[in-house]
Design a protein around this ligand. Sequence first.
Ligand code: SAM
Length: 289
Amino acid sequence: MTDGWFTETLHRGYGQSFEIVETLVRERTPYQDLTIFQTRALGRVLVLDGAVQTTEADEFYYHEMIAHLPLFSQERARRVLIIGGGDGGTLREVLKHPSVEQATIVEIDARVVELSREHLPKLSNGAFEDPRTHLIIGDGTKFAEESADTFDAIIVDSTDPIGPSIPLFEEPFYRSCAKRLDGRGVLIRQAGVPFFQAGEYRDTHRMLSNVFRDCTVALVPVPTYCGGHMALALASDDPENLNCGRASLDRRFSHAGIETRYYTPEIHDAALALPAFMKKALQSSPPTS
Ligand code: SAM
């Protein structure tokens, strides 16, 4: 951070910069460097270890897609597990679904939850106080391995594979998630920006394909995840889910009566279309088991 500007350091040799009006938090938590600042252009911004997590201006692109893609891919999801997501944006979107009876959120860093609630209250918008929310401060890898609970959807809203989130990008974690889904339901995880993070994108799909019967990728062009599209990898053991089709999406969306700013059934369908180079990258990394 220099001269009132913050430049992201996620990608080598390329960055995006924000003009800062005021720095609200700068803290070393037990897990990561956490910064929240007010920008001139995009509202407040949450940064972890130099990587932009979310901005008030464009957070709805990502949070709506990571929540509604898995929940509208099936009928009436009741029990949802979020791993990471301590800012509360994904939780807010999950709880919009009237079918959801319980949303368990497992976030490793209590400070992300506390400071987001204090300085970014619009993100969770009361979601942490919802009686359906069950907040666990702990490691998502351990929870997926040791819990006996099962879920209709698992949403892995983690940081990039740096520090505590590295095991969340490995196959043993996906195997634990498959057990938690119990043959049904849908897993979604952020799989990086393929333009800059080709390896993360390809490896995520390959590992998920080793574990689940059906895997696909959806794209969302979040303005402040620089490099174009962000990939959201989807996986399920029930082939009905990821191929449910427009008619089911339309019916489920209208039945749920949810207000959105980015997600629509048309966008859901369109997000599954991949540019040629992204398709090819997945074909060149078939399952290894
Ligand atoms: N939307 C964001 C993005 O893609 O940049 C992710 C937002 S959310 C703030 C990511 C959260 O994952 C962080 O709060 C981090 O503490 C949490 N996290 C990282 N590793 C974790 C783990 N092993 N278990 C649970 N949460 C974890």
